[in-house]
Design a protein around this ligand. Structure first.
Ligand SMILES: [Zn+2]
Length: 426
């Protein structure tokens, strides 16, 4: 668990040093993303480099590439094209990454710098020297860049290529199910996602109106690429809150449900999250009149609920593995049940419910609610904060209760393609 905790800190660090600016247009996130992948050796050639072909495959062509992931999670609205350039060598072994001027001067003879939407700088570094510099970071959306060939708007992401969770693997990294989870995560930031996929955790309760019982776990939603990478990922799709913000769901596909005028409840069918349907929404958004506090002093509140019915398909197909004994994938967790002999498994035939924190009209952070509190703990300390959300599926017959607004969400029925829900405004 130590490693996971350390990694949480890394990502939070990068989150806090980037300020809340918003440079992108929505149109930037739709369609082809022309991407230049730049390989830079800052190690002085002392360690073997990652394989050029594997890097190419993991960005653009491979079955589990970042391109295929972005295509799938955007419902085919966005994709990545481009080329890998390099290797470039930096003669002094005194840096863990270069500044923009150094990068553009190094590569300008080989490419038209004003033609790209995204720059991905893959730094091959001396890990000992660069320990503590983190896995990667990115601009949030496009920024204005001044290159020797003129000014341009593009995002810039830099990652430390040598780290295990960054280094591309074909077809995919065992832990994460994608060729490079860190590169895909940084691509999310490059497209404009400012925050992460967090957990909302209130101990024994799903949501407590005594807010001192509740905390957030930063970047710990193990079902989204916008969380950290050091634990087993069973699904990778971004949350509906982030997808809507990137322009990947229309108002028909993400249905907003508000309290009806003459009734106090609504029956609605929810399509599975991985596909779009002409008949049913693939996610539901419920605006909250009374916001749920997360960090009151920093004005972080959950202002919308999102309902998602995730099913095992595509980059979410490893969801099925949660129905097997969980100790294969999560060695640190322990299961609490009456006889304490059953190996932990999860019933995935249910919906997940997340909250969304917004700033300046944009979804910053999504928060997965723990709808089955105190079921999975860490082995040593019986700490329920990190793995407890693995079974947070509201299954048939169960009801999620939102106490700040008295909204109940009941799953009436569920099959492989849709969930029938009743939303009650009490
Ligand atoms: Zn991040």
């Amino acid at each position: 668990m130590k490693a996971a905790r350390l990694q949480l800190i890394f990502f939070s660090f990068y989150f806090t040093i980037n300020n809340f600016s918003w440079a992108q247009n929505l149109t930037d996130t739709i369609g082809e993303q022309k991407t230049a992948v730049i390989l830079i050796d800052l190690s002085g050639g002392i360690i073997p480099r990652a394989d050029f072909h594997e890097i190419e495959e993991s960005f653009f062509n491979g079955s589990h590439s970042v391109n295929h992931f972005i295509r799938e999670t955007s419902y085919q609205k966005t994709w990545i094209s481009g080329q890998v350039f390099g290797w470039y060598e930096w003669s002094n072994r005194d840096k863990c990454e270069l500044n923009y001027d150094e990068i553009f001067n190094l590569i300008q003879k080989d490419l038209d710098l004003t033609k790209y939407d995204r720059f991905f700088i893959l730094n091959h570094v001396d890990l000992k020297m660069c320990a503590g510099t983190g896995f990667g970071h990115s601009t949030h959306g496009k920024v204005q860049l001044f290159t020797p060939q003129g000014s341009t708007f593009a995002s810039v992401s830099q990652v430390q290529l040598n780290y295990r969770l960054v280094k591309p693997q074909v077809p995919f990294q065992k832990l994460t199910g994608i060729s490079s989870s860190v590169i895909a995560h940084e691509f999310g930031h490059a497209l404009g996602i400012l925050g992460h996929a967090n957990l909302y955790e209130c101990g024994e309760q799903t949501i407590s109106t005594n807010e001192s019982n509740c905390n957030q776990e930063a970047i710990a939603d193990m079902f989204s690429i916008m969380a950290g990478e050091s634990y087993y990922k069973s699904t990778l799709h971004m949350s509906a809150c982030h997808k809507e913000d990137l322009g990947w769901m229309s108002s028909r596909e993400l249905k907003i449900i508000e309290k009806p005028k003459n009734e106090n409840s609504i029956l609605i069918d929810l399509n599975n999250f991985e596909k779009l349907s002409a008949n049913r929404p693939s996610a539901i958004k419920i605006p909250l009149e009374n916001k749920i506090p997360v960090v009151r002093e920093k004005e972080v509140y959950i202002s919308n609920l999102f309902l998602e019915f995730r099913t095992p398909s595509g980059f979410n197909s490893r969801l099925l593995n949660l129905t097997q004994p969980l100790d294969q994938y999560y060695r640190d967790i322990t299961w609490v049940d009456a006889n304490n002999k059953t190996k932990p498994k999860v019933d995935i035939a249910g919906i997940q419910i997340r909250g969304g924190f917004y700033k300046d009209g944009h979804c910053i952070t999504s928060y997965l609610f723990d709808t089955k509190p105190n079921s999975f703990a860490f082995q040593e300390k019986y700490d329920y904060s990190l793995y407890d959300h693995l079974d947070a599926f509201v299954t048939k017959g169960q009801t999620f209760k939102e106490p700040y607004n008295n909204i109940d969400i009941k799953v009436i029925d569920i099959d492989s393609e849709q969930a029938k829900l009743k939303i009650i405004f009490n």
